[in-house]
Structures are given as structure tokens and as C-alpha cells.
Design a protein around this ligand. Structure first.
Ligand SMILES: NC(=O)c1ccc[n+]([C@@H]2O[C@H](COP(=O)([O-])OP(=O)(O)OC[C@H]3O[C@@H](n4cnc5c(N)ncnc54)[C@H](OP(=O)(O)O)[C@@H]3O)[C@@H](O)[C@H]2O)c1
Length: 303
């Protein structure tokens, strides 16, 4: 297959491109970066600037699938300016891809990143893809707007997959490093009472899930999470146990985190249990379905 990937320089995109290469796919990368060297003959690099509505439309030529992983980082202080960037970097880029593909009338499999942050934080509820109890908070609003843009691809009769990604655990970036480094030294702590659900996924499984969606033409909303979410305090305890480190700190209070992180502090206090019903029904075979095997793997691997 020939696949177009956006956000390819990010945590998920880098791993995905290596995987696609190993499977013999050729791919195009649309990047906001300049310059970016072509590292092999299976890869072609194109540029875009979604905020200016600029795209090199040759990036779409002959592609069978588009995997859209773009987006400004959400884990930055939420100011008026950064909120606009977080929202627009997702909605404008997705709309630009839609407008470009609409002109060429191509039939591609469109896979768009989304997030479980669309669901309302709840300590008891278990969400599947059919639930519509959505969050009114800023991150929930961003995800809803983003999904609206992605859903437009269905109008072009494209297979359309919207991946509601959980907390991606990787030892090269994302949330695992700030959680595991202090915990290795006995300084780990959860937030609040630590009872919030964390719907996590090992990075290798997320790549496997994207591949699974491509191979099996899985469409609609897909909760890209492991089947066994954990309470945040159990995540920290598992990391501490795996590192052979003590864990004695009490939870970090909300008022303190709110002072340091501002409105963004809600991300570490939210409780979302997202069950991957579509993946279970389509028999996706997880490499890491429980948190102990996931953490053990990440703590063993060298960067
Ligand atoms: N990691 C997680 O735990 C997680 C969980 C849920 C959802 N997601 C979503 O999945 C997507 C990929 O995640 P990731 O962790 O790989 O993200 P990441 O490491 O931050 O990479 C995102 C990529 O998006 C592009 N980008 C950044 N700012 C941009 C802007 N202002 N306008 C246009 N493009 C911009 C960059 O690619 P170029 O430089 O090549 O253009 C960047 O490498 C993101 O949208 C994220 O919100 C991630």
C-alpha cells in the first residue's frame, strides 16, 4: 500500500512509519517541518502549512490510505493563545485534507487520531464507542470539533476510522517518562486520591491497532485502549514495584497541581474508563493487555 502520514515526526508517527517500512509499505509524509531529509527510497516528504491553508497536493497522489496524527501538544499551559493552537492545528488540518481529497475524488481509507478525552470524566462509568456522554471541558470540546471534521470523509464514501486514543505508554516520550523517572527513585506520587481510571495503551499495541484497522477495514469510532484500564495509583504502584523502588508519597493535591498547571491540571485528575469494544469484537490480539506486562516491557527496554 501507499500511505500518507501526517504528524509523522511525533511520538506515534515515528513508530508508525518504522512499522510501515518494515511491512514493505511505501509512504508519503506531510510535515510542517523544514527541512526533513528523505531517509530511504520508500519515503517521500511533502510540506504543508494548515494554518495558511497550504498543502502540496502531490502528497495525495496514488495513496490508498491517509493516517492523520497532527496536532499541537495538549499538555501545555492552556492560555487563550495555546487553546486556539490546540484546536486549530487539528480542525484546520483535517479540513484541508478533506478539501484536497474532495477535489481529486480519491477513495482512501482515512484514519484520524482522536482521544478518549471526548468522554465525560467519571469514576464509575465504563464507556464503549456507542456512548454519547461527552465532556464539556476544553479538551472534550476540541475532540468533538475534530471528530466532526473527520466524519466528513464518510460523505466521500471513504472508509473512515476515528481512533479514540488512550494514554499512550512508551519509553521514548509521552506520559510514561514523567511518571516513571521519579517513581524509579522512590519519588512517585499519584494525583488526588489516585482512584481515577487510566485507559492506557502500549505504543506497540497502538501501532498494531492502526495496522489492524487498515487490514480489516475497521471503521467508525474505535477506542484505542488496552482492555484492562487501571486506577492511577495502581499504575504508579506497578511502576514502583517493577523498579524495585519504595512508594510512600501521598497523592498530590488538586489545589497544588492547579497552581502549577492551571486549567490543564484536569488532564491528570480525569477518570475515564474506555473499553475497546470494537477491537475486542474484531479480535485484535493485544501484545500487552495488562499493566504489569506493559510496564515490565517499558522498564526493560533501552531507549
Ligand atoms: N500520545 C498520546 O498519549 C495521545 C493520546 C490521545 C490522542 N493523541 C493524539 O494523537 C496525535 C498524535 O500524538 P503524538 O503523541 O504522536 O503527538 P506529538 O508527538 O505531539 O506529534 C504531533 C505531530 O503533529 C505535528 N504538529 C505539531 N504541532 C502542529 C501544528 N501546530 N500544526 C500542525 N501540525 C502540528 C508535528 O508533526 P510535523 O512536525 O511532522 O508536522 C508533530 O510531530 C495527536 O493529535 C494527539 O493529540 C495522543
Amino acid at each position: 500500500m501507499r500511505i500518507l502520514v501526517t504528524g509523522a515526526s511525533g511520538l506515534i508517527g515515528t513508530k508508525l512509519c518504522n512499522h510501515l517500512l518494515s511491512k514493505g509499505h511505501s509512504f508519503h509524509i506531510l510535515t510542517t517541518r523544514s527541512p526533513w531529509q528523505v531517509e530511504n527510497e520508500q519515503t517521500q516528504i511533502f510540506r504543508w502549512a494548515p494554518q495558511n491553508n497550504e498543502i502540496d497536493s502531490r502528497a495525495l497522489e496514488g495513496v490508498d490510505a491517509v493516517i492523520n496524527l497532527t496536532g499541537a501538544k495538549i499538555n501545555q499551559r492552556w492560555t487563550t493563545k495555546s487553546k486556539a493552537a490546540i484546536l486549530k492545528s487539528r480542525t484546520e488540518s483535517t479540513r484541508l485534507l478533506f478539501d484536497t481529497i474532495q477535489k481529486t475524488q480519491q477513495k482512501v481509507h482515512f484514519i484520524n487520531a482522536s482521544a478518549i478525552g471526548i468522554y465525560r470524566s467519571d469514576f464509575n462509568k465504563q464507556y464503549t464507542e456507542s456512548d454519547k456522554d461527552f465532556s464539556d471541558a476544553f479538551d472534550g470540546f476540541v475532540v468533538r470539533q475534530w471528530e466532526e471534521e473527520a466524519k466528513q470523509f464518510e460523505k466521500l464514501s471513504c472508509y473512515t476510522t476515528i481512533l479514540r486514543i488512550g494514554l499512550v505508554l512508551s519509553n521514548v516520550g509521552g506520559a510514561f517518562i514523567p511518571l516513571s523517572v521519579p517513581t524509579r527513585w522512590g519519588l512517585g506520587a499519584w494525583f488526588g486520591n489516585g482512584q481515577q481510571w487510566q485507559s492506557w495503551i502500549h505504543i506497540d499495541d497502538l501501532i498494531g491497532v492502526i495496522d489492524h484497522c487498515l487490514q480489516h477495514q475497521l471503521v467508525g469510532y474505535v477506542n484505542a485502549t488496552a482492555p484492562n484500564p487501571v486506577r492511577q495509583r495502581d499504575l504508579i504502584r506497578t511502576i514502583a514495584k517493577s523498579a524495585g523502588a519504595p512508594q510512600f508519597f501521598p497523592g498530590l493535591p488538586k489545589v497544588v497541581m492547579s497552581f502549577f498547571l492551571g486549567e490543564m491540571h484536569k488532564l491528570v485528575f480525569d477518570s475515564i474508563y474506555a473499553k475497546p469494544q470494537q477491537l475486542l469484537d474484531s479480535h485484535y490480539q493485544y501484545k500487552f493487555s495488562d499493566i504489569t506486562s506493559c510496564v515490565t516491557d517499558l522498564m526493560q527496554k533501552k531507549k
